[in-house]
Design a binder for this molecule. Structure first.
Ligand code: FES
Length: 105
């Protein structure tokens, strides 16, 4: 199990537990995290799962992949630590990760 802290768009903080192998988007949806609409169901085509990942965990998740990069380019809320939650897989190394939900897509 891995613990992830989500900070919703209104700053509400929710700490949840996740099994390995899920995407961060799936974890958010399963735990009713506000601001993650996940309209495309994880196909990397809607950007409604836009998140900012705090360090040190952003470095571990790595840079966005090609399609993800294209989707993030459309966002006014793009930051250097932006990712799409559906493209980040929960691994042991992400235990303790803090995720800010953008929620304005
Ligand atoms: S759920 Fe649509 S891009 Fe992530």
């Amino acid at each position: 199990m891995v613990t992830i802290t989500f900070i919703e768009p209104d700053e509400t903080q929710k700490i949840v537990e996740s099994t390995l192998g899920l995407s961060v988007m799936e974890v958010a949806v399963r735990n009713n995290i506000q601001g993650i609409a996940a309209e495309c169901g994880g196909q990397c085509s809607c950007a409604t799962c836009h998140i900012h990942i705090e360090e040190p965990h952003f470095k571990i998740t790595g840079a966005p992949v090609d399609d993800e990069e294209d989707m993030l380019d459309f966002s006014d809320s793009r930051k250097p630590n932006s990712r799409l939650g559906c493209q980040v897989t929960v691994t042991e190394e992400l235990n303790g990760m803090i995720v800010r939900v953008v929620g304005d897509e």
